[in-house]
Design a protein around this ligand. Sequence first.
Ligand SMILES: N[C@@H](CCC(=O)N[C@@H](CS)C(=O)NCC(=O)O)C(=O)O
Length: 206
Amino acid sequence: MLKIWGRTNSINVQKVLWTCAELNLKYDRVDAGMQFGVNNTPEYLAMNPNGLVPTIEDDGFNLWESHAIVRYLARKHGAGTLWPSDPKVCADADRWMEWYSTTLWGNLRPVFWNLVRVAPEKRDMALVEESRKKLAGNFDIVNKHLAGRPYLAGSSLTMGDIPMGVAVHRWFLLPIERPKYPNLEGYYERLKRRPGFAEHCAGPLS
Ligand SMILES: N[C@@H](CCC(=O)N[C@@H](CS)C(=O)NCC(=O)O)C(=O)O
């Protein structure tokens, strides 16, 4: 059976758990990372030399990097759904995963990290404000893109929505000033109605 290492409040683990839920995949999950440790053991580092979560094992095959894992599971089990059959739609979905990594996460991480994980007296609020403004610009792009389409790559959920969904949840929960983005709000409401997202990704930030 598919095995997943990673704590459930990790954004990157949540991407994998939600993907499994969308694909109806059964798995064993091992708590790892932060207070659980495990990710610094020699056994774990042999699977994932970064010592980060998530890592998966599938039929003797180890894989790390959350987006690589989402793509692998989508390609293997979600042809025509999470992994669109049309190469253009598939590339469209993939593009948003790349954009999350190259553009969005770099602005979301400092806001999330400082406001959720760092003690108030140690927060870098200048960085939070700078990143918050950039983030508003990033989500303006997504909001405009979502005009007239329920999901990023068109009419149904694809792998492209997985990273975006977990990021959007954080954006709406963080205690920050946000411009009004109606299409993004509608998108977030649609995602929250999906059982896999509701179960794995829509909880409080920690
Ligand atoms: N690019 C990697 C990043 C993995 C990563 O940064 N994981 C964090 C959790 S979100 C981690 O392992 N932090 C250390 C820990 O939990 O102990 C991915 O997408 O999988």
